[in-house]
Design a protein around this ligand. Structure first.
Ligand code: KG4
Ligand code: ZN
Length: 395
């Protein structure tokens, strides 16, 4: 979950007349569609079109799980057969909606999820060529994430589970990111060290078995993706910043600016806010001196610093704890330099490394279904009374 905008901050969202400290909705006309990637139609959801439910065989490899992910600014629904056959994975991104504010506006995200959820469900069933009554379970992200976003997916999932009389499987979003690897790399074995790098989180987690985690390190301030997004915003590159910085860095010199490598040799925790500030300060200094900074060099040098720290700590944690496998995941795992550098470093250290394809790195419901499937197989069920938890820990 990328860091949401805070009132009064850079690119903040407080509008005139709002009480201090409250987050108000920017002046947006809701007559215009918030989500334009999906037709806003609920065709196919009418109960009259639903056939009778199939007879389910417990724990069959044919298990069909419908998953819903609305923790941040993607409305996603997926249908997974067994542990790794993605029948459909619909992702409706709100990035165009939030771009004009330079970050996520939680109230807008919540409203856009409300608009997109039913069309996403109708579309995923259509693409998967199944009906609600074919489903064996409903998986949903319970947290961490934005409360106003999570409640939309959780309400939809609970309604479906109750209506269809199938189990509800609550899933941790960070755990789901790890499972994107098991969908595409069933050969990945445990124990493994997961490097989870997203817009809201940066963690090194030892996974000893399915559902068993120990957090070895995490960021003390900004998440890696958040640092990418904030630097990109300062460079006027739009939101989300990671993919643009990644692209521009390819044309720049990673050694042009000697940005710091925070806490490189200290423990397993991370700190990216100093590095982010160093990039912003460099830009200011250059502009004050009448020089226009070479954007590609800033991107390449900043990215090189982030990646060096992530890779060094991951390798050290794997070697010191004798963990033979590394699972890279989360939105920042789509970064080309990170993928390449981690692969080179792991190969040199004789550690196996896996990463999901880019579409399964950023938020999507297929990874939630993958995690949900393993929980379903282990007999884990979530009560219909469950509520989302914005700070849901992975352990
Ligand atoms: O996992 P994710 O989709 O959402 C959260 O759970 O936070 O991660 C989104 C983050 C954003 O900060 C975005 O800028 C970053 O992932 N990101 C990247 C790349 N693609 C997405 N960061 C660096 N390089 C990329 N190619
Ligand atoms: Zn995520």
């Amino acid at each position: 979950m990328p860091e949401p905008l805070v009132p009064g901050g850079p690119g903040g969202t407080q509008t005139s007349g709002a009480a201090p400290g409250t987050l108000s909705v920017p002046d947006v006309s809701f007559a215009e569609p918030l989500v334009d990637e999906l037709e806003l139609t609920t065709a196919g959801l009418e109960p009259a079109t639903l056939p009778r439910r199939k007879e389910t065989v417990p724990n069959s490899p044919e298990t069909l799980i419908l998953a819903i992910e609305t923790s941040c600014d993607e409305t996603s629904a997926a249908v997974l057969r067994g542990d790794r056959t993605i029948l459909a994975n619909v992702v409706s991104s709100q990035s165009a909606l939030h771009e004009r504010y330079g970050g996520i506006v939680p109230e807008l995200a919540s409203r856009a999820h409300v608009q997109a959820i039913n069309p996403a469900l109708a579309e995923v069933l259509r693409q998967a060529d199944v009906t609600f009554w074919d489903l064996d379970a409903i998986a949903v992200t319970l947290g961490p994430g934005l409360m106003g976003s999570l409640v939309v997916g959780v309400a939809a999932a609970k309604s479906l589970a109750a209506l269809l009389e199938v189990p509800l499987i609550g899933v941790n979003h960070l755990e789901a990111h790890i499972y994107a690897n098991f969908i595409e790399h069933p050969e990945a074995s445990l124990p493994a060290l997961a490097l989870i790098v997203s817009g809201g989180h940066t963690l090194l987690v030892e996974m000893t078995d399915h559902g068993l985690y120990e957090v070895l390190g995490e960021t003390l301030d900004d998440a890696a993706g958040e640092a990418f997004d904030k630097v990109a915003r300062y460079l006027g590159l739009g939101y989300p910043g990671g993919p643009v910085v990644d692209r521009l860095a390819a044309q720049g010199n990673p050694k042009a600016i000697p940005f710091p490598r925070p806490m490189l040799n200290e423990g397993y925790d991370f700190s990216f806010s100093g590095l982010k500030t160093a990039a912003l300060t460099y830009m200011d200094r250059e502009r004050r001196a009448g020089r226009e900074p070479e954007i590609a060099d800033v991107c390449a040098s900043f990215q090189a610093a982030v990646v060096e720290v992530l890779v060094a700590k991951t390798i050290r944690a794997a070697v010191e704890n004798e963990i033979p496998t590394v699972l890279l995941c989360g939105g920042v795992a789509a970064n080309s330099l990170l993928r390449e550098s981690l692969e080179v470093a792991c190969t040199a250290a004789e550690i196996k490394v896996y990463h999901p394809s880019p579409a399964l790195c950023t938020d999507n419901a297929a990874m939630v279904a993958g995690c949900g499937y393993h929980r379903y197989r282990r007999g884990i069920r979530t009560s219909l009374d469950a509520t989302p938890d914005p700070n849901f820990p992975i352990t």
